[in-house]
Design a protein around this ligand. Structure first.
Ligand SMILES: C[S@@+](CC[C@H](N)C(=O)[O-])C[C@H]1O[C@@H](n2cnc3c(N)ncnc32)[C@H](O)[C@@H]1O
Length: 301
């Protein structure tokens, strides 16, 4: 496959998608997307086939790329998956338009050409994509299972909240398990600053049970959370960890081949018999933890 290497080795295919737009009559003959084949079946998460269907349905459009088509073209080339961004696309598009304005370009089509001509811009493109929403005790069923089923079996000492956003998930862990030392990481500096400041709007606590909220009073739970920058696509921090949470990030937003590499790296630092927690709608090709939703177990042997 022709293409260029981007960042940590992600292969960025050529921009065949837009080539058709550049024909003299201004009409696109085809929208052939050069998408990466899914390399791992994550159950409900099958970006490739879905994208093929969508792009095929655009095959006879003769106008400039619309916003969704731009994202469908650009995201896979940056190792990300359109299906994950469908819901939050407005906020991503808002940031991209800001960048288009900053560069003095005439719309997203022109930004696509700019990306092709300036491969370094891809990392800037990726930096505009993070979806950083989080809250304390997000997905009650998951934290109830951690507290009731998983943590008692593990007696864990070290946990890693990978892609922690502003720290709500890591601090929730600290509140439910006073014996836990927690590493919280994210790629995005602005959310890490918020995690360190640990100042949240009241709405962040809406799902946190009162008994856990009461534990926030003395503030010591914060001392057990170390906050650090880390890119999930790079080597993991030093393990081992008894418990890893990687929720609503890599396994929703990354392309399938990138997901596979992230999963391999997480498993390297997860202790045998340890627990890996993902988002409620994310699926992994691992053994589920009995009696706990969205929790998988690394085999002991
Ligand atoms: C929706 S938040 C998830 C927060 C929390 N885990 C939860 O479920 O509530 C997704 C986070 O993934 C982070 N992220 C995106 N790409 C990343 C990468 N390559 N490495 C580490 N974190 C990343 C974003 O900055 C964002 O804070």
């Amino acid at each position: 496959m022709r293409g260029q290497l981007f960042g940590d080795g992600l292969r960025v295919p050529d921009r065949r998608f837009l080539a058709a737009r550049e024909q003299p009559d201004g009409h696109r003959q085809h929208l052939e997307p050069a998408l990466p084949e899914p390399s791992l079946d994550f159950g409900g998460v099958r970006a490739g086939a879905e994208l093929d269907d969508q792009l095929a349905s655009h095959a006879s459009i003769n106008t400039a790329l619309n916003d969704d088509e731009f994202l469908q073209w650009a995201l896979p080339r940056a190792g990300l998956r359109w299906a994950g961004f469908r819901k939050p696309r407005r906020q991503v598009l808002r940031r991209l338009r800001g960048r288009v304005e900053e560069l003095g370009l005439d719309g997203l089509d022109a930004y696509g050409s700019y990306l092709e001509a300036n491969p370094d811009e891809w990392s800037h493109f990726v930096s505009l994509t993070p979806v950083t929403i989080s809250r304390f005790y997000r997905d009650r069923a998951v934290f109830e299972a951690l507290e009731g089923v998983v943590l008692p079996a593990l007696r864990p000492l070290r946990a890693w909240s990978a892609a922690c956003a502003s720290g709500e998930e890591a601090y929730t862990l600290a509140l439910i398990a006073p014996e836990l030392e927690i590493l919280a990481t994210d790629i995005h500096e602005p959310v890490l600053r918020r995690a360190r400041a640990a100042v949240y709007p009241e709405s962040s606590f809406a799902e946190l049970p009162d008994r856990l909220r009461a534990r926030m009073r003395d503030g010591t739970y914060r001392e057990r959370v170390e906050i650090r920058r880390h890119d999930l696509r790079e080597e993991p921090p030093d393990g081992p960890f008894d418990l890893i949470l990687c929720r609503n990030s890599a396994f929703t937003y990354f392309a399938d081949d990138v997901q596979s590499r992230v999963l391999e790296r997480l498993l390297v630092v997860l202790r045998p018999g340890g627990a890996l927690v993902v988002g409620l709608h994310e699926r992994l090709p691992l053994d589920p933890w009995p009696g706990a939703r969205a929790v998988y177990r690394r085999p002991k042997g």
